[in-house]
Design a protein around this ligand. Structure first.
Ligand code: GLA
Length: 418
């Protein structure tokens, strides 16, 4: 290799290092070290939103105990928009939001909550409202004037756009407005955002839209919406891309909408185990006690919010039964037994024959594994809130149809005998 060539290579590496350090500097860090938790208007209200509705949701988020359980964001989805003013600044729909977005934002903040907004990388949003294409910096500035904390950025009407470039532009625009904003990338997994999104946004949708059914596809012609089991299966292979600050997003939840209590419990547990954002999508004002109990189960939320930030993995499949494990920061494990099928099932799990190894994580050289024949764990059932057995004898339990059992496994330290 001659000197000139070495010099050239060095120059390229330095330029690249400088460019990539700039890239990292642009994303607001520390805003989503654990998966974001909140509420979003779309799943129940679609375009039919207004300021009173949003204020009521903020009120109920506090009075229901959801805020106390960790929910933080009140997110407006599509259709809050009016027109752009003569200088190009986006305005709210003044009929639906007569007090303006700043007043709404102040109200949400006065409740100790944060507020999110929605836009689209194309010329128009999915609901036909003005998109941000060509107005990214002005929109980011407007959101900052309104004290917005979270932006869901959609992907309708983007035929000639490059996804990575478009999301990067909005990230840079938000950075230049200086107000820390969580960037939720919503391009449905079409351009594999898990491969390039880590330095751009805090979460990225992995699938098309969710719908409140256990295992269905609803065909809308050019696109489909998907039930809980379909969305779960679409997460295969993605877990290694998620971690603190950058999460896979299997969409906002349908808990409390039309599914059975068992299905809602399973749906919520799956989202918790997948370290997915927990964004409720039901009418909080009308939720049943069962739906509230599911959404505010602090033991299940703790699995989701665990500092290690590692997604669960599918350990074993036996017919309709799936066994999932999630390593936790304090060296305990979460375990979920999912019954996808239409019949209740009695299962037996002989711990002594099982060795659980998390293949994707060595994180920083650490390997997460346990061999149940050497280590003993206390088993706590997180839905029935009781400590059952330890892992010294085989587990036998009935898992109802379309439901889960979720355990926390805490290692029992045997005292040294002297
Ligand atoms: C897309 C998104 C949904 C919702 C609608 C709004 O379909 O995936 O989550 O935001 O647009 O129009």
């Amino acid at each position: 290799m001659n000197k000139k060539f070495i010099k050239k290579k060095l120059l390229i590496s330095i330029t690249f290092a400088l460019l990539s350090s700039q890239v990292n500097a642009n994303k607001f860090e520390g805003l989503a070290d654990t998966p974001p938790m909140g509420w979003n208007s779309w799943n129940t209200f679609a375009c039919d939103i207004n300021e009173d509705l949003i204020k009521e949701m903020a009120d109920v988020m506090v009075s229901s105990g959801m805020k106390e359980a960790g929910y933080e964001y009140i997110n407006l989805d599509d259709c809050w928009h009016g027109k752009r003013d003569k200088n190009g600044f986006i305005q709210v729909d003044s009929k639906r939001f007569p007090s303006g977005m700043k007043a709404l934002s102040d109200y949400v903040h006065s409740k100790g909550l944060k507020i999110g907004i929605y836009s689209d990388a194309g010329d128009k949003t999915c609901g036909g409202k003005p998109g941000s294409n060509g107005f990214e910096y002005q929109d980011a500035l407007q959101y900052a004037r309104w004290d917005i904390d979270y932006l869901k950025y959609d992907w309708c009407n983007t035929e000639n756009l490059n996804a990575e470039g478009a999301y990067r532009t909005m990230r840079d625009a938000l950075a230049s407005s200086k107000r820390p904003v969580v960037l939720s990338m919503c391009e449905w997994g079409d351009n594999k955002p898990w491969l390039w999104g880590k330095d751009i946004g805090h979460l990225w949708r992995t699938t098309g839209d969710i719908i409140d059914c256990w295992d269905c596809e609803v065909d809308h012609g050019t696109w489909s919406s998907w039930g809980i089991m379909r969305i779960l299966d679409m997460q295969d292979g993605l877990r290694k891309y998620a971690g603190p600050g950058h999460w896979n997003d299997p969409d906002m939840m349908e808990v409390g909408n039309s599914m059975t209590v068992n299905e809602d419990r399973a749906h919520f547990s799956i989202w918790a185990m997948l370290a997915s954002p927990l964004i409720a999508g039901n009418d909080l004002r009308k939720m049943t006690d069962e739906a509230k109990a599911i959404l505010t189960n602090k033991n299940i939320i703790a699995l989701n919010q665990d500092k290690l930030g590692v997604q669960a993995f599918k350990y074993k499949v036996a017919g309709d039964i799936e066994y999932w494990f999630k390593p936790l920061a304090d060296k305990s494990w979460a375990m979920m037994i999912l019954n996808r099928g239409d019949k209740d099932k009695e299962i037996t799990f002989d711990w002594k024959e099982e060795q659980v190894v998390d293949e994707y994580f060595p994180i920083e050289g650490k390997k997460y594994k346990t061999n149940f024949s050497n280590s003993r764990y206390q088993i706590t059932d997180l839905w029935n809130k009781k400590q059952t057995e330890t892992t010294h004898k085989a587990l036998s339990v009935k898992v109802p149809r379309h439901d889960v059992i979720v355990y926390r496994l805490d290692k029992i330290v045997v005292a040294n005998k002297h």
